[in-house]
Design a protein around this ligand. Structure first.
Ligand SMILES: NC(=O)c1ccc[n+]([C@@H]2O[C@H](COP(=O)([O-])OP(=O)(O)OC[C@H]3O[C@@H](n4cnc5c(N)ncnc54)[C@H](O)[C@@H]3O)[C@@H](O)[C@H]2O)c1
Length: 456
């Protein structure tokens, strides 16, 4: 099939690349000229394992190309995916300006029959808005004498994306399920055919109406965010009553009705999706005069959780952190991505600096992104190193914020030697089973109080 994917960010690039891998002819479109120019030169604007090689092979095979020219991408295309951002507006609602701008442009530039698919995460009812927007543009063209435009048929479907950054290729190639929201059997048939190679292993292809598909994406993300906030809240009580959150997790996760996934406590969820999607869902409920006590609580627990590690630092070192340096391992909101959007590190770094501390940070991939987010922080208050151990020199403590593999089993003798004091705050509970206090470390994880190290 010939496909246009509009918006070449995380979702658009992965979607386009994976469809091309399955033998489709895909044109990825973006309005950002610099991004498209980089893609022409094989320079991939995001870090996502495996993506660069697949883009190269797709481009070499002639199945994958990049352009800023939407009209050219739509020429001959049977399907156009909309994969632009839907960021959060100040009131918490999803900002649809990019989606609707693309819809408008599709209406202005389409040159044949087309199935338009919303892949962006959009509030329920957006497909109708996209349909109306395209219709309006086609009517305008028809009124201006474009007789061909008057005859174009189009349909709008919803195909929300569930990929996880860091495992995006695997998620797309072998999805747990594909959700297709369609209002016509013919569109359902075409999209089912497109996705057939991706669901050969008994993974579900779920056909449903458009509104249910739109709702499914928000419900899925809200459910996952709820599990995280639930575990974070339980971890706080564990800390007070002397229970071990790790045992509790194993104890409840083995119940098949609960399951083990997404039950890890930590220093809060972040990223481009959970925070904005929970907020957008709350906003949708408000629009229908429905209270959203559970979703509001999920967000509030998460907001507080991003402060938990800082509170532990203050408990250990006192209110003023003037003159202290803290080593940070991990800046990205999760491993295997350079995405800093809503990352807990954004809160933690600023809180520590507000109290007078300086930060020395290491992240395998996110440093360049972090520099953009921390652009306003005064000189000397934050620095970045390219070797994880260099972050430790003379620091009062190590804070682990992202569970990258490179932090899994570090050389603790070296950590001890380099730190001014052997203190570790583990925001991802990576070292809970290592009995670090017996090796002389003061060790503090999520859901347990500081355990003092045995010193010689
Ligand atoms: N990132 C994820 O893990 C993820 C997962 C599932 C769903 N989603 C959803 O997918 C959507 C896209 O997310 P993303 O992370 O890929 O966003 P992104 O910000 O990485 O990429 C969006 C791209 O769209 C481009 N764009 C904006 N307006 C355009 C226009 N008029 N024409 C062409 N290109 C335009 C931007 O330049 C940008 O490159 C969002 O709704 C998001 O919620 C994201």
């Amino acid at each position: 099939m010939q496909i246009a994917v509009i918006g070449s960010g995380y979702v658009g690039l992965v979607t386009g690349t994976c469809f091309a891998q399955m033998g489709n002819r895909v044109t990825c479109v973006d309005s950002d000229e610099a991004k498209i120019r980089r893609l022409w030169h094989g320079d991939i604007p995001i870090y996502e394992p495996g993506l660069a090689a697949m883009i190269r092979s797709g481009s070499d095979a002639g199945d994958l190309s990049f352009t800023t020219d939407l009209a050219a991408a739509l020429r001959g295309a049977e399907i156009a995916f909309i994969a632009v951002g839907t960021p959060m507006k100040e009131d918490g609602s999803a900002d649809l300006q990019y989606v609707l701008a693309v819809a408008e442009e599709i209406g202005q530039k389409m040159s044949g029959d087309l199935i338009v698919v919303d892949k962006s995460t959009v509030p329920v009812g957006t497909a109708d808005k996209v349909r109306e927007t395209i219709r309006r543009q086609l009517d305008r063209r028809a009124a201006a004498g474009d007789t061909a435009a008057a005859a174009y048929r189009f349909d709008v479907a919803s195909n929300p994306e569930f990929l996880k950054e860091g495992a995006a290729i695997a998620d797309f190639m072998r999805p747990d399920r594909v959700v297709l929201g369609v209002n016509s059997p013919e569109t359902g048939r075409v999209l089912s055919h497109l996705y057939e190679p991706f669901v050969r292993r008994d993974n579900a292809l779920l056909l449903m109406d458009v509104r249910s598909a739109e709702m499914t994406k928000y419900a899925a993300n809200a459910m996952l965010a709820t599990r995280i906030s639930f575990m974070n809240e339980i971890s706080r009580l564990c800390e007070k009553v002397g229970a071990d959150i790790g045992h509790v997790r194993a104890g409840i996760g083995s119940d098949r009705r609960i399951g083990t996934a997404f039950l890890f406590p930590g220093c809060g969820y972040g990223g481009s999706c959970f925070p904005k999607d929970v907020q957008a869902l709350i906003h949708m409920m408000l629009e229908y005069d429905l209270p959203a006590p559970l979703l509001n609580a999920v967000e509030e627990v998460n907001r507080v959780q991003k402060e938990v590690l800082v509170e532990k630092v203050i408990e250990r070192f006192g209110d003023s952190l003037v003159g202290r340096v803290f080593a940070l391992w991990g800046l990205a909101f999760k491993p295997n991505t350079d995405d800093m959007r809503q990352a807990p590190s954004l809160v933690i770094v600023r809180r520590l600096i507000e109290r007078g501390a300086a930060i020395r940070a290491f992240d395998p991939e996110a440093v360049e992104q972090a520099k953009i987010y921390f652009d306003d922080i005064p000189e000397g208050k934050i620095s970045y190193v390219s070797n994880k151990y260099d972050a430790l020199n003379g620091a009062s403590a190590l804070l682990l914020l992202t569970e990258w593999n490179v932090f899994r089993s570090p050389d603790f003798d070296e950590i001890k030697e380099r730190l001014r004091e052997p203190v570790i705050f583990d925001g991802r509970n990576q070292y809970v089973n290592l009995d670090l206090p017996s090796r002389g470390f003061d060790y503090c994880a999520i859901g347990s109080p500081m355990r003092r190290g045995m010193r010689d």
